[in-house]
Design a protein around this ligand. Structure first.
Ligand code: 5GP
Ligand code: ZN
Length: 142
């Protein structure tokens, strides 16, 4: 994966401000620092996004999310909350196609991070909601 910037961060070709690494993951500061302490966790194995995680990769990588979240929270008493964001696909704002999880500390409602959840609940009947849930359920792997 020669042209992947996150693979280059893992192998040290591109410098980063490292927080932690082990056999499975690297954790480093996001260059944008959307809020102070904005951190990325990436698997050392190159996978484009969450759709490419097999069971083994998920078991080695995902349990570390709460450990990193707690460490970030404890690192600064001014951190009141934390958004964990994982963008998958260009339409979902993914710009680097090596899977990563953003940890974005929150300091105030008016800090530099925002998300919008529009409420469309009035557009759906309970039957339509059941149908959507059932279609998702049928596609779950063991
Ligand atoms: P995405 O938009 O794909 O969810 O997030 C990619 C993130 O990678 C962005 O927040 C961006 O600031 C960060 N990023 C891109 N290039 C570099 C880099 O060279 N070093 C670091 N530390 N972060 C980077
Ligand atoms: Zn990569």
């Amino acid at each position: 994966m020669n042209d992947c910037i996150f693979c280059k961060i893992i192998d040290g070709t591109i410098p980063s401000v490292s927080v932690y690494e082990d056999d499975d993951i690297k954790v480093f500061l996001d260059i944008s620092q959307t809020t102070p302490g904005h951190t990325l966790m990436i698997p050392k194995k190159h996978v484009a996004n969450i759709f490419d995680y097999d069971d083994s990769l998920a078991r080695h990588v995902l349990p570390k999310i709460p450990v990193i979240a707690r460490a970030i929270k404890k690192s600064n008493p001014q951190i009141l909350g934390l958004n964990i964001v994982n963008n998958n696909g260009e339409i979902a704002y993914q710009s680097v196609f090596h899977s990563h999880f953003h940890f974005i500390p929150r300091f105030a409602a008016s800090d530099d991070f925002a998300m919008t959840f529009k409420d469309n609940s009035s557009n759906y009947s309970s039957e339509e909601l059941e149908e959507i849930a059932s279609r998702i359920h049928k596609n779950m792997e063991d």
